[in-house]
Design a protein around this ligand. Structure first.
Ligand code: NAP
Length: 335
């Protein structure tokens, strides 16, 4: 044990490359620099990161576009320093109380409490959202498994999707939407996906029963009623979608809406009978990562990857993600 502890301590003095941001702002606030490697606490593992992603969560915390995010990431300046919530890599050291994971394990997961995956090394508690990589899956394929999928899972659970439900997913080509299409199909529900012309084929390939191209067709005019309308890109409104909902149907959006209306509607509409808006707060547990791993292994879920960048080009990756046109996920490689 002493040998192990000494080995861990030596890591503290080793340097690593990391994408660091010291102030909120545009992609250019992120700089590649050398910093000390983190040292795992007694309940943590040290992961050598082989792949990560740049996603809308990273963008939100980097830009602090919504002031509310500063209550988590620091009121005046960022307290994490290194972003990156999704990771895939190999465990290089473990704290003295770690029992579930071992040095050498190939792992993946999600860390939105400390972030830190935009670096060659990161630490995470072994009981947090981390597990071993699914069989026959590369680091680049494992890294994007969790972000979009865990937001989708939270919303699917809140909407209490059942077999036979009729569901509409607006924005089905994004990270959250593309995960939602696949995950909802596992509930044996009927999925109508909405996206632009260029993404119709890829969204069909995810298993959607019907795809509506919002460029050529007004999705609010279709002659169908839905149990659940999930706006995965936050571009619609409850008012716009209300006529498409069944009597007790649910509307969920990933965005706050105009003047934060989705928050107010989520507080008010459940008090009455009929159509309602929900705004569940996203959470992720170890069990969720294990569930996603099983779905990947059984071929029931495959994260959609748009493109990859090396860590050296992370500013370009941020710029691309902020076009809001990515199809699925943007992966960052570190090897
Ligand atoms: N603040 C945060 O921390 C945070 C974190 C995560 C997610 N979110 C929010 O969750 C939402 C989804 O995130 P994401 O990562 O899944 O998004 P994303 O991957 O960036 O979504 C990109 C997709 O959105 C589609 N899109 C763009 N404009 C559209 C429109 N007017 N109508 C329908 N689709 C449109 C595009 O496809 P088409 O060409 O097919 O339209 C594109 O494929 C975003 O609104 C994001 O802000 C916020």
């Amino acid at each position: 044990m002493k040998f192990l502890r000494d080995r861990i301590l030596r890591h503290q003095y080793h340097k690593m490359r990391a994408a660091v941001y010291n102030k909120y702002g545009p992609p250019e606030v992120v700089k590649l620099v050398e910093v000390d490697r983190p040292l795992p606490r007694s309940n943590e593992v040290l992961v050598k990161v082989y792949a990560t992603t740049v996603n809308r969560t990273d963008c939100g915390f980097r830009s602090a576009e919504y002031f509310i995010s500063r209550f988590f990431s620091g009121l005046f300046k960022p307290k994490f320093g290194i972003l990156g919530n999704e990771f895939a890599g190999i465990i290089e050291a473990v704290g003295k109380d770690v029992t579930l994971l071992n040095i050498g394990d190939k792992v993946f997961g999600y860390n939105d409490t400390k972030f830190g995956a935009h670096a060659e090394y990161m630490t995470i508690a072994e009981t947090d959202a981390i597990t071993t990589i699914p069989n026959d899956v590369t680091f680049e394929q494992a890294a994007p498994i969790t972000e979009g999928a865990h937001y989708a899972l939270c919303d699917i659970r809140a909407a209490k999707i059942k077999s036979g439900h009729n569901v509409m997913i607006y924005g089905a080509s994004g990270a959250i939407g593309s995960a939602a299409v696949q995950l909802i199909k596992n509930y044996d529900a009927k999925v109508t996906a909405v996206c632009s012309t260029q993404n119709v084929e890829v969204v069909k390939s995810l298993g959607a029963d019907q795809v509506i191209d919002y460029i050529t067709q007004d999705f609010t005019k279709i002659d169908q009623k839905f149990d659940f309308i999930f706006d995965a890109v936050g571009k619609s409104s409850f008012r716009q979608c209300k006529t498409l909902l069944k009597k007790n149907g649910t509307y969920i959006s990933t965005e706050l809406g105009k003047n934060y209306e989705n928050i107010f509607l989520a507080l008010l509409t459940p008090l009455f009978r009929g159509k309602k808006v929900l705004f569940p707060l996203p959470t992720i547990k170890k069990e969720d990562v294990i569930l996603l791993k099983k779905l990947v292994e059984s071929g029931k879920y495959k994260p959609l990857v748009d493109r990859s960048y090396h860590l050296d080009k992370i500013v370009d990756a941020y710029k691309y993600v902020e076009t809001r046109q990515k199809v699925g996920n943007v992966v960052i490689t570190l090897t």
